[in-house]
Design a protein around this ligand. Structure first.
Ligand SMILES: Cc1cc2nc3c(=O)[nH]c(=O)nc-3n(C[C@H](O)[C@H](O)[C@H](O)COP(=O)(O)OP(=O)(O)OC[C@H]3O[C@@H](n4cnc5c(N)ncnc54)[C@H](O)[C@@H]3O)c2cc1C
Length: 372
């Protein structure tokens, strides 16, 4: 018998497991392949804010960025490299955004000194940029460390049933609370309103004589050098999907794209590709993460149709799966968001602290129900 079961051992599932392990709870984590085998294992795992002008997504990523920087440095310093980040605008529109960002941000910005810019191409040097302290996480290492105190089961979960106050998983494992952290590989619940999209990404590790002291973001992200190896990522491929595409993924084309984009920013010199990583990011339709309880769509439609069809429905009026939660939809910011979201979800489950409605999966139910 477990206090909590987590399905999915990416950064979201492992962050939740870690939060509950800290509270001395009994935790079981399931993954069909292994820890960090999905999008999390592919990630460059750069920790950075979102350099846009304004908006809800920028706000939450900034809150999460401040939280995660301290969190990784304090709890997982062996898996965290703090490094200055140089973010360079791609085009004129982004130059304008960066100017607005710099004029309004409360984050402490830094000068990009000669050591940081010396490897840049002339074109990159000419563009608007911003620099601050940021970091890079060892994706697999951190996920493994977070989940280390939990029972881990390699299993594709298909069957979950709620009985007598417990979730029964594959008729074998019982847990009081259940968290779905299945990323873009979601297959368990077929609720029609959860519209997550998977965006395929490819990143490479390259051996290079270039000594890069910082993280550089422009068309792709380039990590600081560690023993002559730099991570370069990632592509955004909306056409390929590992479960749906008929053709296999073209690794060579992905590698070419990454190197070509990196060379627009940095004088890379000769490189040797030493590893490829691929996976799906999971994004929601409004790009905000999904955190919290899941609405029982049919039951809510039947009981409360009038309450749904008002201009601003009260999500508290909906019916929810008991003790079932989701953490998902982090897009390209899973490693920035996960510690912050996991803390919120833990406080919600253990102390009843409300989760902001801007993150609740119920927002998508409300939209879907009005249309249907
Ligand atoms: C190439 C690439 C580069 C990226 N770079 C960055 C970056 O620099 N910074 C950043 O913050 N983010 C980055 N991201 C995004 C980040 O990786 C994701 O936001 C994050 O991994 C999402 O984590 P997750 O735990 O939700 O999903 P995942 O890591 O995909 O984990 C979901 C897990 O659930 C398992 N699963 C699914 N269904 C079942 C089932 N029925 N039973 C058992 N197990 C199941 C899967 O096997 C998988 O391991 C990148 C992503 C990619 C693909």
């Amino acid at each position: 018998m477990y206090d909590i079961a987590v399905i999915g051992a990416g950064i979201n599932g492992c962050s939740i497991a870690y939060e509950f392990l800290k509270e001395a709870k009994r935790v079981v984590v399931f993954d069909k392949e292994g820890i960090a085998s999905g999008g999390s294992g592919a990630a460059g795992a750069f920790i950075s804010p979102k350099f846009s002008k304004a908006g809800e997504l920028k706000e939450i990523i900034e809150e999460a960025f401040i939280y995660s920087m301290e969190y990784y440095e304090t709890n997982f310093y062996h898996f965290f490299t703090k490094a200055q980040l140089l973010h360079i605008a791609k085009d004129a529109a982004e130059e304008e955004s960066l100017r607005v960002f710099k004029a309004n941000t409360t984050l402490r910005l830094k000068e990009a000194n000669e050591a940081l810019v010396k490897n840049l191409t002339q074109k990159a040097k000419a563009k608007e940029h911003v620099s601050l302290d940021a970091g890079v996480v060892n994706a697999k290492g951190v996920c493994q460390k977070m989940a280390a105190g939990a029972d881990f089961v390699t299993l594709e979960v298909k069957d979950i049933v709620y009985e007598d106050g417990y979730w029964l998983i594959e008729q074998q494992y019982a847990a009081r609370e259940l968290v779905l952290a299945t990323g873009a590989y979601e297959t368990i619940l077929q609720e029609p309103y959860i519209g997550l999209r998977g965006v395929w990404g490819h990143r490479i590790d390259v051996q290079s004589s270039l000594q890069n002291p910082c993280s550089i973001h422009q068309f792709v992200s380039i990590s600081p050098s560690s023993e002559g190896v730099m991570a370069i990522g990632a592509t955004h491929n909306v056409h390929y999907h590992p479960q749906k595409s008929k053709e296999p993924y073209d690794l060579t084309q992905g590698r070419q794209e990454l190197l070509q984009k990196a060379r627009e920013t940095v004088n890379l010199g000769e490189v040797e590709i030493v590893a490829d990583y691929t996976g799906l990011r999971s994004g929601s339709h409004d790009y905000m993460p999904l955190l919290g309880q899941l609405v029982l769509a049919n039951e809510t439609l039947q009981c409360c149709e009038k309450k749904i069809r008002v201009k601003r429905p009260d999500y508290k009026e909906f019916l929810y799966y008991p003790n079932l939660y989701m953490i998902n939809g982090s897009g390209g910011y899973g490693f920035v968001l996960a510690p912050y979201l996991a803390k919120m979800l833990k406080e919600h489950i253990l102390s009843g602290k409300e989760i902001s409605s801007r993150l609740s999966p119920a927002r998508f139910f409300a939209r879907w129900a009005k249309r249907s």
